[in-house]
Design a protein around this ligand. Structure first.
Ligand SMILES: [Zn+2]
Length: 352
């Protein structure tokens, strides 16, 4: 089949210390003069003044500013159609929830979406789909790629460190998800997009090779954000989440479906990434090194996550996306994964 790509790439990518205070200037440089601002719960107190002052100084009109706490699709539809026609851009400032809500609202209204994550717990700030509640069930719905991504590394540093661990987990996952994708093609179940594969590989490789003293280093955080953004482009090129979401994500989605209190997305995914690297026998040492050096394994050890839950999730994984063909879609690899959960030294240490 002859296919041609037409993809959306953000026009703005500003990552650095103090960026929240530059929002007005950045938007003005793109001729944006009418906006709405949606903040995550409790964030107006923390960041409201900084953002509003900057936007006022740039002479940009704020049509509405409020905190959002819902990802119910019906609420977001109501919200989207309450936005003034004059508005050019919808800014989502905060964590995954408000980013997804703003992303979907701007998609419905064909307005620009400005993604301003205040934590890097997943690649959601740079993906073109949104995870919303549809009939009470968490569902991935099509939305749009951000027109602008603005990240204040100073803010990332002040957030609890678990959000950085989660981002590291979600990015490192590209090692196993890409391997799954190629395997899926070998099994005749899909066709890999060469360019998406290359971009996502470069994103994760550049990140894991970045030297750092501490995970709150400016360079480390910038590399993390840039690499997550790059893998979002790979997702967009492929037209599906396959390059960025493989068997390790299926395990995490399965955990979400039965755990009373799931851990952060990238934390669950990161543990599953290490497990799947062992199953795939691919780049285990690299993953071990990044999770050891960043303190990811030490952090996970404090959570008391259970081996039994991971085993159950391994069994459920193929049912999460039955049409795919990752390693976990084959019984022998599910058995291997469950054996490794019992026998691997690190997994024994970090899971109870
Ligand atoms: Zn993810």
């Amino acid at each position: 089949m002859f296919t041609e790509h037409e993809i959306a790439i953000p026009s703005v990518l500003k990552v650095g210390d103090g960026m929240l205070g530059n929002m007005g200037e950045i938007l003005k440089s793109k001729d944006i003069s009418h906006v709405v601002l949606y903040f995550g719960n409790g964030l107006i107190d923390l960041f409201g003044d900084r953002v509003v002052n900057s936007i006022n100084e740039a002479g940009i009109k704020i049509h509405e500013m409020k905190e959002l706490d819902s990802v119910d699709i019906d609420d977001i539809i109501d919200l989207a159609f309450s936005v003034d026609n004059e508005v050019q851009a919808i800014c989502g400032i905060g964590g995954g929830k408000v980013i997804d809500a703003a992303k979907y609202a701007s998609y419905l209204r064909k307005m620009q979406f400005i993604s301003v994550p205040t934590s890097t717990s997943s690649d959601g700030f740079t993906s073109s789909s949104a995870s919303l509640l549809v009939n009470g069930k968490r569902t991935s719905v099509p939305a749009k790629m951000a027109y602008g991504i603005i990240v204040d590394t100073g803010v990332l540093k002040t957030a609890p460190v678990k959000f950085i661990h989660s981002g590291v987990g979600d990015l490192t996952a590209k090692i196993t998800s890409l391997y799954d994708w190629v395997y899926e093609e070998q099994c005749g179940a899909t066709v890999v997009d060469d360019f998406a594969l290359m971009i996502a590989k470069k994103a994760v490789n550049s990140f894991v090779r970045t030297p750092f003293e501490s995970i709150t280093d400016e360079l480390f955080l910038k590399e993390l954000v840039d690499s997550l953004a790059m893998s979002g482009i790979a997702n967009e090129i492929a037209g599906s989440s396959a390059p960025v979401s493989g068997s390790e994500h299926l395990i995490s989605h399965a955990l979400d479906s039965f755990l009373e209190r799931p851990e952060l997305h990238g934390v669950q995914v990161g543990i599953a990434t290490y497990l799947m690297a062992l199953v795939q026998e691919h780049r285990v040492e690299r993953i071990k090194k990044i999770f050891t050096d960043t303190g990811f394994f030490d952090y996970v050890e404090t959570l008391g996550m259970k081996k039994e839950d991971y085993k159950k999730a391994v069994d459920m994984a193929p049912l999460v996306k039955p049409h795919r063909h990752t390693y976990l879609h084959e019984e022998k690899y599910r058995e291997k994964a469950k054996e490794l959960i019992d026998s691997d030294e690190i997994l024994n240490k970090i899971l109870v």
